[in-house]
Design a protein around this ligand. Sequence first.
Ligand SMILES: [Zn+2]
Length: 142
Amino acid sequence: MEWQPARSRPTEELWQRPKLGAALARGIANRCPACGQGRLFAGFLRIVERCEGCDAPLGRIRADDAPPYFTIFLVGHIIVPLLLWVERAWAPEIWLMSAIFLPLSGGLAVGLIRPVKGATVGLMMRLGLSDRDHGPDPLAGG
Ligand SMILES: [Zn+2]
């Protein structure tokens, strides 16, 4: 009988990377980018450790500062042209502009941060970007 090394069970299973469009759409819908079934968030912006549908290690995908950056970028590109248009068309008082555009900017940022973070996590999953400092890459499946 020939000796064979004991096969150790990998600490993390390998996950198929979702297609880019599916990963983004599922992330925007606050669903697991891998399967589209499980929830992506455990709180307002906290990512679940593992998908309840497919057990994908979503907590290992760290988006860090990218979602706020993308959100500020989007809100700026919505608010600034609108603000300039209103200023040119009606030239309202500065207090009225502030009373309209400050809450609008804040509301847009709060409303967009979750779908933007979901899309960022989906993009990172597609690109295979995960936290590799704490074990093998769980997204290395291909
Ligand atoms: Zn899943």
